[in-house]
Ligand binder design. Structure first.
Ligand code: 5AD
Ligand code: SF4
Ligand code: FES
Length: 367
């Protein structure tokens, strides 16, 4: 017989079988998981939510992930790159409004001129804000030199989702070529840590052919890598992608949503002091998706700062929220939502991962 949820939640460590039981929890049982996650969040990271103003710098991408709306092969995508002046304006907005940090995200490219432009932008943002704005990058796999260059320019956190942690499943969602190599992605995560970044990763939930056993492995992967930050959310269809053909084999959207919510809650219980984002994809399904994620353990929100005219083009999936709004609207909207969820905003703070700091201190003690 399966162990009762209460018993599992009272444990300090969880086996894979325990995690599967938690992820399979029904409507009633999941309330127990959510309550425990809420309590852990309160105790270990508190009720402050930190902002990462999101600038979707460009939707140009050299890769062809089967699920993604801005993949290189999608000829219907209208490509853009935000110009430097506009980025600096968005960064200034974040600074003036005490956002604390920014995320610069784009499709994956590694040509020299791209690498140089990012360097310049990072340096200019640091200078404009007297070093006060924290910068997270989310720009895909790069060489160690590039990671190091951007780190030296002033970026200090990096997001690189593993997407699916099972090497055998990875090729189901990515072309089988050099550019989409699971082991290179893992290597990139190691390089990021070596260079000194706070490292974020994450997965998509509810992909076709993915099972709760795979998701339990994803949680174990994040734990064993000792990740500092996590962003994960439901997989959402996009008509102009190869994976769209499996749209009839997916879990219903609400089930994908609740499964994502359980992933967030269980991860909070497992990794008590990491940063977890309430992702935009959560809100693509449920209008209160991000608040619900905050309630069950998330503590990071990424208000969109991308100039409105570009937003419609950074469409990784359908029904992405906030594509018609501007920075001011998203700021006001999120403020209300966060207070409704019973949290406070950590204005003007970096809100770095406590987990990262703890590891750094432990390493120092060892030396
Ligand atoms: N549905 C949900 N998330 C997606 N991403 C890309 N395409 C989709 C999709 N169709 C996520 C990936 C990527 C992040 C930037 O967006 O996890 O790492
Ligand atoms: Fe490019 Fe990222 Fe989309 Fe893959 S998920 S196609 S790397 S933007
Ligand atoms: Fe953008 Fe609500 S956060 S409109």
């Amino acid at each position: 017989m399966e162990k009762p949820i209460e018993k599992i939640l009272a444990q300090k460590e969880f086996s894979k079988a325990d995690l599967i039981t938690l992820l399979n929890a029904n409507e009633q049982e999941r309330q127990l998981i959510f309550a425990k996650a809420e309590q852990v969040k309160k105790e270990y990271v508190g009720n402050k939510v930190y902002y990462r103003g999101l600038i979707e710098f460009s939707n140009l991408c050299g890769k062809n992930c089967f699920y993604c709306g801005i993949r290189a092969g999608n000829k219907n995508a209208h490509r853009y790159e935000v110009d430097e002046e506009e980025i600096l304006q968005a960064a200034k907005y974040a600074y003036d409004n005490n956002f604390g940090s920014l995320v610069i995200q784009a499709g994956e490219r590694s040509d020299k001129s791209f690498v140089r432009r990012i360097s310049e932008i990072v340096r200019k943002i640091k200078k404009m804000s007297n070093g006060e704005l924290g910068i997270t990058l989310s720009l895909g796999e790069q060489s160690e030199d590039t990671f190091r260059q951007w780190f030296n320019d002033g970026a200090h956190r990096y997001l690189l989702r593993i997407e699916v942690s099972n090497p055998e499943l990875y090729p189901t969602y990515h072309p089988a070529d050099d550019r989409h190599d699971y082991f290179k992605r893992i290597e990139s995560l190691h390089l990021l840590r070596k260079v000194g970044y706070q490292v974020g990763s994450g997965v998509m939930v509810g992909l076709p052919f993915q099972t709760t056993s795979d998701l339990a492995d994803d949680l174990i992967f994040l734990r064993d890598f000792d990740i500092d930050m996590v962003g994960m959310g439901p997989y959402l269809e996009h008509e102009d992608t190869p994976m769209y053909k499996y749209k009839d084999q997916l879990l219903p959207r609400m089930e994908r949503f609740y499964l994502s919510l359980k992933m967030v809650a269980v991860l909070r219980i497992m990794m008590k002091d990491i940063n977890i984002a309430a992702t935009t994809a959560m809100q693509a399904i449920d209008p209160m998706g991000r608040e619900k994620a905050l309630k069950v353990g998330a503590n990071i929100i990424m208000p969109n700062l991308t100039p409105t005219k570009y937003r419609e083009d950074y469409l990784l999936y359908e029904d992405k929220p906030c594509t018609d709004e501007d920075a001011e609207e998203c700021k006001r909207c999120l403020e209300a939502r966060i207070y409704m969820a019973g949290d406070k905003i950590g204005y003007g703070e970096w809100g770095d991962s406590k987990h990262f700091k703890r590891r750094k201190e432990q390493n120092k003690e060892k030396q």
